[in-house]
Design a protein around this ligand. Sequence first.
Ligand SMILES: [Zn+2]
Ligand SMILES: [Zn+2]
Length: 335
Amino acid sequence: MLCILCGKEEATEGRLCKSCLASTISLSVPEFMDITQCPKCGSVMIGKSWYRGDLIPRIAKAIKKVIVLNNPGFRLDISSVSEDIDNGNVKAHLKIFNGDTLLREEDIVIKLKITKNSCPTCNRVSGSYYESILQVRTFSHEVTDVIGEIEQFATKFVESAEGSSPTSFISKVVHQREGVDIFLGKRSDALKLSKIIMDRYFSNLKVSKSLAGMKEGNEIYRYTYSIRIFNLKLGSIIESRSQKFVITGIHPQTLYVLDPRNMKRSVLKRSDVFDENWKILDPSGNLKKFIVLSSGHGESEIMDSVTFKTHTVKLETGEKELDLIQIDNNIIVPQ
Ligand SMILES: [Zn+2]
Ligand SMILES: [Zn+2]
């Protein structure tokens, strides 16, 4: 069968001959491609990631993404890619196939638009640049596990943000006697981290700013996000203004407490806890394991797993064991 377009050559695919099929190709090659280069180490950001060393395979991939072929049935093959970043261009040889049939070949040159921006590694190494500090402290003014947990979480958070934003990085971490200071390259990362911490822990945030210098006639501020985390255990006892409380429940928004003199339960808000001066009378927790002997009608008979003493508590459960707070002879169900 002859080609329906020229009527001369033998038709191959789509009832057209090879040269007529090739003439239907339209190729859109952008004149420019944006890349970011670190002025210190020469690393290049292509797409959302930074690369060092052999850039050719990365550039080939990036070129493939920006070239548009009018017919998605055709296959684009890119070979002999060469980059000359210093002179601001990349060259490549394109081949367009229909199945296994080569239809067209073309050499292209794309100019590079290079933005200079310090890479995360260089920013970290210099350690000097930061926009904000995330200060993590505890209610007890001690370094406990929660400080390490937050430090790890913050590191992961910033690493995952780094790819999409070269200004996301931790420039240094300073361990203090009372907690940890995390210096962040991007102010909004400290804000985001504070919000996540507040959603997960009963904690309190104070933000302050200090003048760091001037830039183009504007004042530049550095922000400190100081977050204090309630780190006591269930059953701990705190006191303020001669008012004693047993901690009976720790939730991100609320602290549940009980007055041990009258066994009355109440709740404390963030401001009650973090704006007052509390004395920690007993940080040990007083949480004990009890074996459930029977449960029903809204109560359970339980036995102390050490002393074998039995008690009745107002709680129905399907569990075989319960962790309960014991203060003197009173058994308190956590909230
Ligand atoms: Zn033809
Ligand atoms: Zn660099």
